[in-house]
Design a protein around this ligand. Sequence first.
Ligand code: FUB
Ligand code: ZN
Length: 613
Amino acid sequence: MKNISFGNVKIDGFWGRRTEINRTATLDTVYNRFKDTGRFDAVACNWREGMPNKPHIFWDSDIAKWIEAAAYSIRYTPDSELERKIDETVDLIAANQTEDGYFNSYYLSVEPENRFTQRDNHELYCAGHLTEAAIAYYEATGKDKFLKVMCKYIDLIERIFKDEDSAAFCTPGHEEIELALVRLYDCTGEKRYLELSRHFIEQRGRCEKDLNCRNWCGSDYDQSEVPVREQKDAHGHSVRAAYLYCGMADIAARTGDKSLFDACDTIFDNIINKRMYITGGIGSSSHGEAFADDYVLPNDVAYSETCASIALALFARRMSAICPDSKYADAAERAIYNSVLAGVSLDGHAFFYVNPLEINIDRHNVRKKFYESRENLLTERIEVFGCSCCPPNLARFVSSIGDFLYTIDENTLYIHHYMESEAEFEGIKVLQQTRYPCEGGVRITVSGMKGKTVAVRIPGWTKYVSLNGEKLDARVEKGYAYIDITKDEQLLDFWFEMKARLVASNPLIDGNEGRAALCRGPVVYCAESVLNDNIKLNNVILDRNLSAGLIFNEEVGTYEAKVKGFVDKPCDELYFDLDCAETEEKEIRMLPYYGYANHGESDMLVWFRVTDK
Ligand code: FUB
Ligand code: ZN
């Protein structure tokens, strides 16, 4: 099955607005902060001891993701200034690439004699991101200078890691290059690149050199303790892990390797059934930015890095393209509308790296004072981080969001996600008219599919679906409704009932007992004290008999909700007899989770106590 690229899909509506904010605000902010902090200048490779802005081992990946984002944007909105910035950077990279093809701004400036000696120093990770950027820029503009630079570098990597096996390690300490190599294969048709990706995936967990080269967290931190097919759950550093799974799925898709697909599927099930927040956040532990054990999903100390949710969505998208089962697109959608979007402010200028499901400023202050680094405990978004992987990742993700909508095989067009959009590919046109995620109605007009089938994903959150005004009566398999197309141009008027609902969590999740989260469609809601008369949110008990007043909120682009709740009455005593506890009724204003922290510092809560009846 083939994935349809965002380049064939013109997005409008909710995502059109987010894409425009991304283009006009996020791209500039990320560029400017990366310029101020020396990230772009580092590629001149002229930093020497004593100078400011010492290059960091993965700065190349930061600028690469920005270039990728800018390239995606240029594809729809030509922008000579963006091209100038990219060309200037590419020229420096090309000028500093060594004779034999190597490029890494940290190593070339700081320790040129040590290249490919430290497995955990991100050289292959940076090479992967630079490769993705080079492909994106080539596909957007036809300019191939960067692509040639990266092919030369990858050829060196192939020689060192595959032909000679002469580096101090065998596989990347931070995965990413695996998926980039598959993209390079797709772009150039060079089978060697696919083979190199497969080589890295097959070597993982098998190579003595890697096992001797243990990092501070042990080899399960970077998914190297056993070969990939023996890994039964998602563990270790969550971004590393999910990028690895993307690479595995890519190889499975290109080679038909069933055992690799099955390994991905087992891990995917472990994530969505046991290790994922309701927001689609993964990697709950700040120690090692890692997956914790099953059901360990604390809310206030959640790590849930933005990049990890992005990586989960990318993994899920790849799985959808191999096997049409709606569990994949459901998970992608959960991440996209919640933990991914929460990573960026509504105005597009500021970012979260960590995405908790509860903020309690008083508790935060205690933790800030005594235990944790400031960046783990932000209550408001900022423009750049010391480790600033998430902002450019968001930028590239939003600007290529159209990648998620469609896959196609000989006879069937699969529609995985709903966004106001027009798409054209392979003689087919698909028009989606929808106010999604505000409303569950999607009018799909398909042309060029007569005699074939359209498979439409039924979102996991809906309880009732109609097609052209009647209750859906079609073959439904693994969450997709299969519709035979009998006309040159056919209208499919889908309606997915989208009601506000209270969602409970598995009782094994510690801390959510007796609590529920308000959701509507794919969107998870939260409340902020700053929008609710500064009440303490853990004093709120939501009425289980939900009736939510929905009001369109222009700023967030969908509805906010007003729901009935009861608030514990304040009292003077520290402790008192339970019989004396009193509550008073209060309307609680809830916003989509992705819209929190846009109105000043505040407590925030997703999981609420609910009344017994
Ligand atoms: O190590 C590179 C990136 O920075 C990772 O993907 C993130 O988790 C952060 O550690
Ligand atoms: Zn990140």
